[in-house]
Design a protein around this ligand. Structure first.
Ligand code: CP
Ligand code: NVA
Length: 322
């Protein structure tokens, strides 16, 4: 009964909507997306099919490499009865200088939604400004909201809630994962503590906006240089690569700066004894995380990877159906 009411009240707010950052959504909407993702996962496990997107096509523009994002959106569309087309920027005219505005207008005449993975976040915003179909952010330099949706779902599956938990992120604070985790935590009432070296801390605009959201949800947001402070009592421990796509040229210098920020057994002694470990993958074992942690009993990274599929299906059907 309760979920029927929820469908009536909230579902229309998603239709035709872009998904560029988590902060564009409300606490209630993020909760709804997570519930839908969990429900779609259960249905899939029971063999119940939902062809919500029959006849619809998703265009997927990739300007960076991907395994999980491509697979989850492409398979997700197929499982929902639709289709997906992979558009590498190496092959389409966007890669030869055709404008984003023209690309947005042309694609809008062919497809029912566009997923894009690119560099500058402004490119996704420009695409959204000119497209007449929903735009989904599949990762930019500043945000990775589709991944964090799957992360929030994974935390709910393991901990039964989000509000009041402590999540800590140790590593590169000025990257897409950290920014989306900060927004996700602020929106859902989780407390987040980020430990990053000076010069690699989260963007202040993202932190201050998240703090404004956090006033309503009761979340606390802390940024520190000390990994032990950040991980103290954490229920969820997260890290990510020290050099994101596009930063590979700085790998040597980053390995030096980040070496005190490795998530290993010694550091994890300070976490809650039932903590779970998340990593969006791909991981560099022996750099940002020790194999004893990522391949250990606290790690749920492969459930997290699977949950990309279910979370992306929830996102696709809510934004692209009519
Ligand atoms: N986590 C994630 O986005 O993985 P891919 O880069 O493989 O898509
Ligand atoms: N921060 C990483 C995430 C990869 C999914 C990157 O941007 O390369």
């Amino acid at each position: 009964m309760q979920s029927i009411e929820k469908v009536k009240d909230i579902r229309p707010s998603f239709i035709g909507r872009d998904f560029l950052t988590l902060a564009d959504f409300t606490e209630e909407e993020i909760g709804y997306l997570i519930d839908e993702a969990i429900s779609l996962k259960h249905k899939q496990k029971q063999g119940i099919e939902h062809k919500f997107l029959k006849g619809k096509t998703l265009g997927m523009i990739f300007e960076k490499s991907s395994t999980r994002t491509r697979l989850s959106f492409e398979i997700g569309m197929k499982q929902l009865g639709g289709d997906a087309i992979f558009l590498s920027s190496r092959d389409i005219q966007l890669g030869r200088g055709e404008s984003i505005a023209d690309t947005a207008k042309v694609l809008s005449r062919y497809v029912d939604g566009i997923m894009i993975r690119t560099f500058a976040h402004e490119k996704v915003e420009e695409l959204a400004q000119h497209a007449t179909v929903p735009i989904i952010n599949g990762l930019t330099d500043d945000h990775h909201p589709a991944q964090v949706l799957a992360d929030l779902m994974t935390i709910v599956e393991n901990k039964g809630k989000l509000k009041g938990l402590k999540l800590c992120f140790v590593g590169d604070g000025n990257n897409n994962m950290t920014h989306s985790l900060i927004e996700g935590a602020a929106l859902t009432g989780m407390n987040i503590s980020v430990a990053s070296p000076s010069g690699y801390q989260p963007k202040s605009t993202i932190v201050s906006n998240a703090k404004r959201i956090a006033v309503k949800t009761g979340s606390t947001i802390e940024v520190t240089e000390d990994p032990v402070t950040a991980i103290e009592g954490a229920d969820v421990v997260v890290t990510d690569v020290w050099a994101s796509m596009g930063d590979e040229g700085q790998m040597e210098e980053r390995c030096t700066v980040f070496s005190p920020y490795q998530v290993n057994d010694e550091l994890c002694k300070h976490a809650n004894k039932n903590f779970i470990f998340l990593h969006c993958l791909p991981a560099h074992r022996g750099e940002e995380v020790d194999t004893t942690v990522i391949d250990g009993v606290h790690s749920v990274v492969f459930d997290e990877a699977e949950n990309r599929l279910h979370a992306q299906k929830a996102l696709l059907w809510l934004t692209m159906s009519n």
